[in-house]
Design a protein around this ligand. Structure first.
Ligand code: ZN
Length: 449
């Protein structure tokens, strides 16, 4: 019986708080709405750091914006909020390009695409920085194979891809698991070839020890020297996030046995991938690069949602040898947000809001934010996942939509926390600044003023 007492007392507090809210005087209500307006104005002025995007360069043939571009998996269904007919695109068109129409149809879309193309032509390599100004973003992390024209520091910072390093052996059997993976694995094979070519290596080394040093560490060090602040795993598209901790010896056996053209079983290959994943995470800790991990139950026609649950990463987060590595759950686990909440207890785990700010409404996101921000406000990082959706619907439009949504969601969540007497207005402003700017600034040592 005893253990029920706390529940009863929590219930009493809840009843009291709701009746207190109902009996708020007119004066209190006016001051709460003034607080909300002041908070919204404050939040709208914060110069943001965007943790995750696929910004494109000014090269018209740019292909480096994603190691696993989602176009490879089209057609698949998108949530209603981001379909081309959604009003969020019209709002972005008005805000970014001064679009005058009242709807986006085939004809007006052509006008919008022409306007965007003209602005790009006129601004040239200054276009990406101009796009950041439209959304109130000071620094954007670009998750790309390589940076390129227009995407230069300090406003753009590089996040590379490292999944390809987990797959030195034949990926034929891994690719056959789903029709999506059949399309994705050849892209990882190509990227590993690029990494080898960058290192002037024509043949994979004979032993795992040599592969780790000459290929994995050498690639990570080159990325660090190239300005990388973090590396990204899109691995949930390729396999589940459960990484065990195999020995070097057992991983070496799998590598040596198959490096000359063998076909390892799934179980044996997984063991090698698990070993390499932890090795990369540990090297990133040594080099001071954060590790980004896609954790979201999509996208594609055959995505395995259960494999993207952040709880699957717990044994890695709990590994004492990886405590120098900072992990960021990209897209915050999506609908697994309560599992992300559990992982935020780990000292080196962060979550970003990218994609959630784009796919979800401000209210849906605010609901999750109240939970995360009331517990670990220093671990939550703003992001957009801005990417191009075609002519007229470029990454700059997606960045504006997600930034606007993120600011609205923060205002709703923090206003609710003020109104419940959980935090003061000044603490709400502090938390908003942390989420939109300083948490990322500290994590990546961006040297923000
Ligand atoms: Zn992304």
């Amino acid at each position: 019986m005893k253990k029920f007492f706390p529940i009863i007392s929590f219930a009493c507090i809840a009843v009291c708080m709701s009746s207190c809210n109902q009996t708020k005087s007119a004066n209190e209500q006016t001051s709460s709405s003034a607080n909300n307006t002041e908070l919204a104005e404050f939040i709208n002025k914060i110069k943001a750091v965007d943790n995750h995007t696929h910004a494109t360069t000014m090269d018209p043939n740019d292909k480096g914006y994603d190691a696993l571009p989602l176009e490879a998996l089209l057609p698949f269904e998108l949530p209603a909020r981001v379909r081309p007919e959604s009003p969020v695109w019209l709002a972005a068109a008005k805000a970014v390009y001064g679009f005058k129409g009242n709807e986006l149809n085939e004809a007006s879309m052509k006008t919008l695409a022409d306007t965007a193309a003209n602005v790009m032509k006129q601004k040239g390599e200054k276009f990406p920085a101009w796009a950041l100004d439209q959304a109130g973003i000071e620094v954007m992390l670009a998750n790309r194979i390589a940076m390129g024209p227009g995407l230069s520091a300090p406003r753009f910072r590089w996040v590379s891809y490292v999944d390809a390093l987990l797959y030195p052996l034949s990926t034929k059997a891994e690719a056959a698991v789903t029709p999506d993976r059949e399309k994705l694995f050849p892209l990882e094979d190509q990227l590993l070839k690029k990494y080898l070519a960058d290192l002037n290596i024509s043949k994979l080394p004979a032993t795992l020890g040599e592969y780790m040093k000459q290929v994995v560490t050498a690639t990570l060090e080159a990325q660090k020297n190239g300005g990388c602040v973090a590396v990204k795993f899109e691995i949930a598209y390729l396999r589940s996030l459960d990484f065990e901790k195999p020995s070097l010896q057992s991983a070496s056996e799998v590598y040596s046995k198959n490096i000359n053209g063998g076909e390892p079983t799934h179980e044996r290959y997984k063991l090698l991938q698990d070993f390499l994943f932890r090795y990369i995470a540990s090297e990133c800790g040594r080099l001071g690069m954060a590790v980004h991990i896609h954790s979201f139950p999509a996208a594609g026609n055959f995505f395995v949602a259960t494999g993207s649950d952040p709880l699957l990463l717990e044994s890695m987060f709990n590994d004492p040898e990886l405590r120098n590595t900072k992990f960021v759950l990209i897209h915050g686990g999506g609908t697994f947000s309560d599992h992300t909440s559990a992982m935020l207890w780990k000292p080196n785990v962060y979550a970003d809001l990218s994609a959630l700010t784009f796919l979800w409404s401000p209210n849906q996101l605010a609901h999750v934010l109240v939970d995360w921000l009331s517990q670990f406000p220093e671990k939550i990082i703003f992001g957009t996942d801005a990417a191009s959706f075609g002519p007229g619907l470029g990454w700059e439009m997606a960045a504006w939509i997600a930034t606007t949504t993120g600011r609205q969601a923060l205002t709703i969540a923090l206003s609710q926390m003020i109104s419940n007497n959980e935090i003061s207005l000044s603490r709400a402003k502090e938390i908003a600044t942390m989420v939109l700017r300083t948490n990322a600034g500290n994590l990546y040592n961006l040297g923000l003023k």
